[in-house]
Design a protein around this ligand. Sequence first.
Ligand code: GLC
Length: 555
Amino acid sequence: MERKWWKESIVYQIYPRSFKDTTGNGIGDLKGIIEKVDYLKELGVDIIWLNPVYKSPNDDNGYDISDYYSIMDEFGTMEDWEKLLNELHKRDMKLIMDLVVNHTSDEHIWFLESKKSKDNQYRDYYFWKKGKDGKEPNNWVSVFGGSAWQYDETTDEYYLHIFSKKQPDLNWENPKVRKDIYKMMKWWLDKGIDGFRMDVINFISKNTDFPSVSTNEKYGWGGEYFMNGPRVNEFFKEMNKEVLSNYNIMTVGECPGATPEHASSYANIDGSKLNMIFTFEHVSLDHGPYGKFDIKPLKLKDLKENINKWQIELYNKAWNSLYLMNHDQPRAVSRFGDDKKYRVESAKMLITFTMTLCGTPYIYQGEEIGMTNISFDSIEKYRDLETLNYYNEALNNGADKNKLMKAIHYMSRDNSRTPMQWDNTKNAGFSNADTTWINVNPNYTKINVKEALNDENSILNYYKKMIKIRKSNLTLIYGEHIPFMNDNENIFAYIKKYENQLYIVYLNFSKNKQSIILPENITKENLTLIISNYKNNDFFNLKPYEARVYKVSQN
Ligand code: GLC
């Protein structure tokens, strides 16, 4: 397996709006991130990924970009951004930027031009279509609800928006669009950034016949016609040739609906496209037939099967990215662990899991102190447009309010977007404003960075230890993944094998004591404990959410 810096690095994701506010307007900013660079260095992470910081009307918190070449006013200036890059580089850390090029804002100059007339030179930068029988050109539903087409009076046509109507999809079929995007990418790379996280990048090639889907509902999911589309590999290759291959950078493509087969092509080790992708399968195991808010209980068996599949099928073919949460997902400890009695134990178990798989690990802000989901008591306190659209639509369709709120408490994207909890002062030390853009989780008085730094048994200190262990054991990074105890419904156990080295990982995903078995040909005497989230271990029994990593000595 070829060694690469981005395989051996750990990424820390920052959602700038919620990280640290230095101006007192209740919104996080770039100067706030600069203040915390030493904190991040000490944590042991190597790469910072920033969610979008470009100019944006913020319909979708920066994922609707109106100018790719400037910084969002609330976040600061280009000078602040340059300072941040410089501060990171000074400490041997890297910076990757979010690249949102499946769509722009409807306030981007390309779109403003495009909608002016059918013969405007930017008309074909987007997908414009005539209506059909007085309705939309097809029946695709948008990710955020309602039709994926918006009517525009000026030219009596509809434009495509897979996300909100303020996020029109760019037309990648048009070579001018691709050229302009590559130019913009080079501009940022020439400023010295270290790579891109590419937003829904497997959506860029659409079936341009735009066929309707069959459904009994008014609108239906058209994913098969715009995810992993016919020209997506060709576009990745072209982008790689024109831009990526000329720089020593890392790339990770966000790819909803991608299978290991897609990943083996998009993130092939031949280096001709992207370095790795974010898959969605393991964060969809608790989605019911009616989508993400139709929640079903998460079964460890399903998670094991899924992770094992990705670990095994990509091995020596493509590189995995490892994450349990991000700004679109619930808090990991609330979803995969226990955010009550065993919050500390389960958060430590989960990072042991992430740090012992093959791939590049991603930590999301606040994960390192075990921040939890939020349960706002009223919908007015929510900010995320997906959550709000879902609520309104479901309420209109007669759904029960309490049930809706319950689903939102578990699944809303705002769970991960409440402000970072730095200490136990006003607004968790995030901001000195009277009101913050979204409320702080009231549990900040107990769960915060200051507290965690002072407690040697904190989740944060365990993260630091686990990060060091991963970085000093190549087997944990590159090792082959060999699961055992496969039928066990509470324990995830696997061997890591690399060159002559063997490690064994046991993870108890339950609140109960569980007994373990050893893999064939390995005895207790062969094992040296490398790390555990409990001080005392009872060898054949795992305590609630106990995690252990053993090194196997070879006789
Ligand atoms: C991605 C982003 C998400 C955003 C969407 C549209 O999934 O992670 O936050 O809403 O793309 O850009």
